[in-house]
Design a protein around this ligand. Structure first.
Ligand code: SAM
Length: 267
């Protein structure tokens, strides 16, 4: 990504978990501030796209302070029955637990400490899986997608929200400037953590472009992979499905039984 640091940031699990633990108490506030409140809309869109019918058990990977899990439980139309939140940062989970308890959701949203590449979840046990702004932090995102595929039931859906760089040159320059000069300063001042808000643009700048991430999701065994740009393409919502039947592969037979054309669609 031009204008951004290309050096891959340190993604050692201890470093990542320690960094999120250190900023946990300011994390939600900074999320809403730095995105101008758009983060709530992006999560709501992901939940809408999964279109729960009320009976689903859902996995929220890299759940952090559980905002996506809460959005899935509180959705006015199409809420999930139960959401299991998994994250390896204990302090993020502690804040999430407080929020869940305050909203009386703790019975429906258990939080578990665990690694996205070795999920403490039985195979073929969840109806849907989702992850918001977490996959780029995982050392091996492809391994996490394979793990999600393992724990999903056949026909289960997977939604991923992740930052991207806008493609339009002018927007891209403005965004790179905001990421390089504005966001780290505000992040540092509010979180009082020196590195976390330098890490954010560095991790976005070195994450896969949408086409590559689609290929990773397909390689993990998913079909009907779509990438939906949100807010001028600064965020992408990826939606994918675990095939229902053996032999149904990426680009093959889908829910309706007919070929859906190209497996991956950029929208
Ligand atoms: C940017 S936060 C996103 C939190 C939340 N999903 C949200 O929408 O605000 C990223 C989270 O991913 C977690 N994380 C990163 N790598 C992980 C891994 N390999 N296993 C479990 N959690 C991980 C971090 O601890 C952190 O809480």
């Amino acid at each position: 990504m031009e204008g951004l640091n290309h050096a891959g940031p340190d993604k050692h699990p201890h470093a990542i978990a320690g960094m999120f633990d250190a900023i946990a108490r300011r994390y939600d506030f900074l999320n809403h501030l730095l995105s101008g409140g758009l983060d709530r809309r992006w999560r709501a869109r992901a939940v809408r796209e999964l279109a729960f019918q009320g009976h689903e058990v859902v996995l929220d990977l890299c759940t952090g302070t559980a905002d996506l899990a809460i959005a899935a439980i509180e959705a006015r139309q199409g809420a999930a029955r139960r959401v299991l939140g998994v994250d390896f940062a204990g302090e993020m989970l502690r804040i999430g637990q407080q929020k869940l308890r305050a909203a009386s959701h703790d019975g429906r949203v258990p939080l578990v400490r665990g690694d996205a590449v070795r999920l403490p979840v039985a195979s073929a046990s969840v109806h849907c899986a989702m992850v918001a702004f977490g996959i780029r932090n995982v050392v091996d995102p492809a391994a996490a997608c394979v793990e999600v595929h393992r724990v999903l039931r056949p026909g289960g859906r997977f939604a991923v929200l992740e930052f991207a760089m806008p493609r339009t040159p002018v927007l891209r320059s403005v965004y790179a400037w905001y990421f390089r000069h504005v966001l780290p300063r505000i992040g540092r001042a509010v979180s009082r953590h020196d590195a976390a808000y330098d890490y954010l643009p560095a991790s976005v700048g070195t994450f896969f472009p949408p086409e590559t991430f689609i290929a990773i999701v397909e390689r993990a065994g998913f079909t009907r992979v779509r990438a939906i740009p949100l807010t001028f393409g600064i965020v992408y919502l990826y939606v994918a499905e675990k095939p229902r039947a053996t032999g149904e592969t990426a680009g093959g037979m889908g829910r309706g039984g007919a070929s859906n054309g190209p497996a991956a669609t950029m929208m």
